[in-house]
Design a protein around this ligand. Structure first.
Ligand code: SF4
Length: 640
């Protein structure tokens, strides 16, 4: 007798066709909240006949299917019994959940699960891979020479920041980061096993993540006294159990069209964003033309997810060329790509590539490495750069909200001078990357440009609350599963990041009367509306809000030059595009117990040292033009 087991996970749908005591077909696919399409595809793939006994499992999702349902632990027990595995524990490593079941004679006696934290789950790994332009399949090609670096394991949001900073500071490669994330996931599994007091015996690993050989290796290395078993059916383990139980507890499989029920939305809702249009004022200023014979300033803002560059006329302060590109973990490559676009614009406007770029300045999280690459001393922090950019458009601005890819800032100004500020030091809540990742992952909105128009069509945005952005993914999935419209979920995510920003970055700080919203996220037309709605205040958006950092740092360079604090340079863009940065050796700084790895870089035959938790090497770069390379272990007195 054929039976079918269905497991509806938070990210994927799994099916097992069972006959004569064993699985005869297994299938799985990502559902992205569209259960009907995912189920139809799998049923066709497995050639599953209508009417066979079917049983569904999976926390939220099983109630969405018009077949009998059961609990996951019962399916785990049934699968173990079917495969005749006698184990002490089962680890279920799902897309969004990590659960350890402890067993006694094949029956579950306890379970240990994460508190809705996305850290250490497959979904989190997938999001991080996408950030680095990689897919799950690419993991198998990671060279064995990749290294594991210590990264924060408290929360996926902190981990994300840690990974980005390591990539931007060149302390690790993409492969090292994937290795390190795999290690974090393995450590989490081992921690859960320890909490469950399982330190020896047999443990079954299940879930799609068992296909990641590095995670499996790290788990085995971290718990050498445990014998780990990974059955062939590990990725569809609960679905196998459901198929086993379906003979007794299943119901007839209906036609595909009738398999998935339409849901009922249980989230509170907010008002339409469109109603706040009169409270948002956007400045418009088209980009100018580059003219031969004039002097220019190159302003560079190297952010964690995006790199922004603009060419500013030194006399008129007009932006004459600009580009905004993805950093993809390689700030130098991202800068070169921006410079190619700027170079093309220079050529298109003037017919020559040769103009007088007299000043160069950098800001943003990659400002140090980009400053070294551009051989400029004009390296300034983002707070001052953004304040310079904004006050250029309105000297009376009192508050700046800056929402970038992974950074969010708040600046309070008095008479144009920053008097208070806050940044999201270690937390990504309330930033654009969360907005983009959530929209891409769960709603299949793959272009950030599409988020705004979709959100503006919402008549009742879902209220997802103010908790940590890593948890909001679960809410989004619930809303999808409950059948909330794409527009209302998208607008709900927008309101959620704004709410997170206001609560986590601004907190109880003063918000002045004149508020500017800038950063790449301000280009999304729904975001200023959400700020206006949640604050009930007018929001001003400067022209090219994503360029305020690079524009501001260019203006700052001009002022520093006028004050005699920055020397003129003569930058030839095409020379910079062709310039290489050499990543030479890494040594361990032994000046204190932190033992930081320090990377030696070579730019135009000058050596620079990068890395470290403290500012020691940053300060050295600023004081000494051509630093001799030495090893702290041999000459520690040179360091201190
Ligand atoms: S770089 Fe700074 S924090 Fe790191 S080991 Fe050296 S002195 Fe210590």
């Amino acid at each position: 007798m054929q039976t079918l087991g269905i497991n509806i996970g938070s990210t994927s749908l799994k099916m097992v066709l069972f006959d004569s005591g064993k699985a005869v077909w297994c299938g799985s696919g990502i559902h992205e909240g569209d259960f009907s399409a995912a189920a139809k595809k799998l049923l066709e793939e497995g050639n599953i006949p209508v009417g066979i006994k079917t049983l569904a499992t999976g926390n939220e999702g099983r109630s969405m299917f018009s077949v009998a349902g059961t609990l996951e632990p019962l399916c785990v027990e049934a699968a173990l019994s079917n495969l005749k595995i006698d184990a002490d524990a089962v680890v279920s490593m799902g897309g969004e959940d990590l659960i350890v079941y402890t067993l006694d004679k094949g029956k579950i006696i306890n379970n240990f699960s994460g508190n809705k934290c996305a850290s250490g789950t497959g979904e989190f790994l997938k999001q991080q891979l996408a950030r680095m332009d990689m897919k799950l399949e690419d993991i198998d090609n990671i060279p064995e020479s990749a290294k594991v670096y210590p990264i924060s394991t408290r929360c996926s949001v902190f981990m994300k920041s840690d990974c980005t900073h390591k990539l931007n500071k060149r302390e690790a490669t993409k492969f090292d980061i994937v290795f390190s994330l795999s290690h974090v996931m393995a450590v989490k599994v081992i921690d859960f096993l320890k909490r469950a007091k399982v330190t020896s015996g047999k443990v079954v690993l299940t879930g799609g993540i068992t296909r990641n050989r590095h995670i499996v290796r790290f788990i085995k290395e971290g718990a050498p006294d445990i014998e780990f078993i990974i059955p062939d059916e590990a990725p569809v383990f609960e679905a196998l159990g459901a198929a086993v139980l379906a003979k007794k507890f299943g119901s007839d499989l209906p036609d595909t069209e009738k398999l998935v029920k339409s849901g009922e939305v249980r989230f509170e809702t907010l008002g339409s964003l469109k109603d706040w249009q009169s409270k948002v004022r956007t400045f418009e200023k088209p980009e100018g033309k580059v003219e031969a014979g004039r002097k220019y300033i190159l302003g560079v803002d190297g952010g964690s997810t995006t790199t922004k560059v603009c060419l500013v006329d030194m006399q008129t302060d007009e932006i004459t060329a600009s580009h905004y590109g993805r950093t993809h973990g390689d700030p130098v490559k991202a800068l070169k790509e921006c410079l190619k676009v700027i170079s093309d614009k220079i050529h298109a406007d003037t017919g020559t590539y040769d103009i007088d770029i007299s000043l160069v300045a950098t800001t943003g999280s990659s400002r140090e490495i980009l400053g070294v690459f551009l051989e400029t001393k004009g390296i300034y922090n983002e707070i001052i750069a953004h304040a310079m950019g904004t006050t250029y458009f309105d000297a009376d601005v009192e508050t700046i909200f800056e929402v970038g890819g992974q950074d969010a800032k708040y600046v309070l100004l008095k008479n144009g001078v920053p008097i208070d500020y806050a940044m999201n030091e270690a937390c990504s809540a309330g930033t654009g990357s969360f907005l983009e990742e959530s929209a891409a992952g769960d709603l299949s909105i793959h272009s950030a440009k599409d988020i705004g128009p979709i959100a503006l069509d919402a008549n009742a945005p879902c209220k997802f609350g103010e908790h940590c952005s890593a948890f909001i993914n679960s809410d989004i999935r619930k809303a999808v599963q409950q059948g909330a419209g794409r527009e209302n979920i998208t607008a709900g995510i927008v309101c959620s990041i704004v709410s997170n920003y206001l609560n986590r970055v601004v907190g109880n700080r003063t918000i002045g009367a004149k508020i500017f919203l800038q950063g790449g996220v301000a280009k999304n037309p729904s975001v200023p509306l959400a700020f206006a709605m949640l604050l009930n205040k007018e929001i001003l958006v400067p022209p090219s809000p994503e360029l305020m950092g690079c524009f501001g740092v260019a203006l700052l360079a001009k002022r520093k030059y006028a004050d005699g604090l920055l020397a003129q340079q003569n930058i030839v863009i095409d020379d910079v595009i062709n310039r290489e940065i050499g990543y030479e050796r890494v040594f361990v700084c032994q000046a204190c117990e932190n033992l930081c790895p320090i990377q030696v870089l070579n730019v135009n035959n000058s050596k620079y040292m990068f890395g470290g938790r403290c500012n020691m090497y940053t300060n050295m770069r600023k004081q000494v033009k051509d630093i001799p390379v030495f090893d702290c272990r041999k000459t520690p007195e040179n360091v201190v």
